[in-house]
Design a protein around this ligand. Structure first.
Ligand code: MG
Length: 408
């Protein structure tokens, strides 16, 4: 029996994200070595599918080497804007599990799961459910590390990829880390590893057992840093990196439903609650999204940008009716939902031009920084602003409850 959990951190890392998206969308690529990256003379690999890795192809490898090592590979240019859109969908799922999500890149994030056991059950089961939900909704694989601190959660998510679920129980931190090579310590790159090994330390356990004063005299502040990490001491908190930029509500249905009028009937109370939340927050929605999930778990969304932002249920329903016309509602549905996005402050003056850029939020979160990096990497215009959905969940997959959860 291990100690009870105190702080709980998930690190969720999508498996071969860009390559997996391409394989998902083009089934002929499944089972093939798919290499996504810059195809020019100086290009590098962004992501290699697991089929390409036995050939020695990995991210950051120069593309000409990837072509030499894996001539039979399928080489693709990154679709940056599209990956950012899928990332938004991934982050939206994370947002259902924790209000505190810290993205590190388009395909990985920390989730602060502290205190969720009472509501969601043991963290390892919650993590497994999150993996299943990502698979069911997006048909993508993720690996998850569960630990009491960020550093170990990140190490853990990488240990059993792909589809790994690795838990370091509380109190086991030092034993969990001890057998791992020193390269697994944050801050120990190739050059530093040579210096640390020269001191006779090759595992994290060796570092943990060393005299911290000696480590500090040999390696300066890095010595103290890696000694702390080796003991599983990592004081950094998960930082909320994503502002709430959309408000949504959805409902999982006890029985499958078809047809526009039935769907609109179900959407009406959800639109009421979203409109009420918008008014409470003094926000107007610049866009409305319809979300449906079919009986086979396929997910579809349809968006419409509005010429004039709204905050009332009738206006939202009008948009949803149009979106319904563009959506297959003849196939049985197991979930319907909506989101109001592109939120603007109600008192902000509305620009006259329909084509005026969306107001730039004053607070910039970690995801903004990530998206900026992607823009830099893939070119300007590659990325449109990703908004993050936190759903007020009306139906619950586990309990079928029919009352709203606390959305915060
Ligand atoms: Mg990844």
């Amino acid at each position: 029996m291990s100690a009870p959990w105190g702080p709980i951190v998930f690190h969720v890392d999508m498996d071969a994200f860009y390559a997996a998206i391409e394989q998902r969308d083009r089934p002929t690529l499944r089972g093939q070595p798919v290499i996504v990256g810059g195809l020019g003379a100086r290009g590098v690999v962004s992501t290699a599918s697991y089929e390409a890795r036995p050939f020695g192809v990995h991210s950051a490898l120069p593309m000409y080497l990837a072509r030499q090592r894996c001539p039979q590979g399928v080489f693709l240019t990154p679709r940056g804007a599209y990956y950012a859109e899928v990332s938004r969908q991934v982050m939206a799922i994370f947002g259902r599990y924790s209000p505190t999500v810290e993205p590190l890149s388009l395909d990985e994030a920390f989730l602060d799961m502290t205190g969720t056991e009472a509501l969601m059950g043991p963290p390892e089961k919650t993590a497994a459910r999150l993996q299943r939900e990502i698979k069911a909704e997006l048909d993508l694989d993720a690996s998850i590390g569960v630990a009491s601190v960020k550093y170990i959660a990140k190490v853990a998510s990488d240990l059993h990829k792909p589809r790994g679920l690795t838990v370091c129980p509380p109190g086991e931190e030092r034993a969990f880390l001890a057998p791992l090579p020193i390269e697994r310590l944050w801050g120990v790159g190739k050059k530093t590893a040579v210096r640390v090994r020269a001191l006779g330390l090759s595992t994290i356990g060796d570092v943990a057992g060393a005299d911290p004063r000696w480590l500090e005299s040999e390696l300066k502040s890095l010595g103290r840093h890696i000694h702390n990490l080796a003991h599983g001491r990592d004081a950094r908190m998960v930082e909320r990196g994503v502002e709430r930029k959309s408000i949504g509500a959805e409902r999982t249905l006890a029985q499958d439903v078809t047809g526009k009028s039935a769907v609109l009937d179900l959407l009406r109370p959800l639109a009421d609650s979203v409109a009420a939340a918008l008014r409470k927050k003094e926000r107007l929605a610049g866009g409305v999204r319809l979300k449906v999930k079919y009986a086979d778990f396929q997910l579809r969304t349809r968006d419409e940008k509005l010429l004039a932002p709204v905050d009332n249920a009738d206006a939202i329903l009008e948009v949803l009716a149009r979106l319904c016309d563009r959506t297959d509602l003849a196939t049985p549905l197991r979930l319907v939902g909506l989101a109001a996005y592109d939120l603007v402050e109600r008192q902000a003056p509305q620009q006259g031009s329909l084509f005026a850029p969306a107001p730039v939020p004053q607070k910039r979160g970690a995801l903004d920084a990530v998206l900026d990096q992607v823009t830099e990497k893939f070119g300007k215009g590659a990325v449109r602003r990703a908004s993050h959905e936190v759903h007020e969940r009306f139906g619950d997959l586990q309990h079928g409850a029919d009352r709203p959860d606390d959305p915060s």
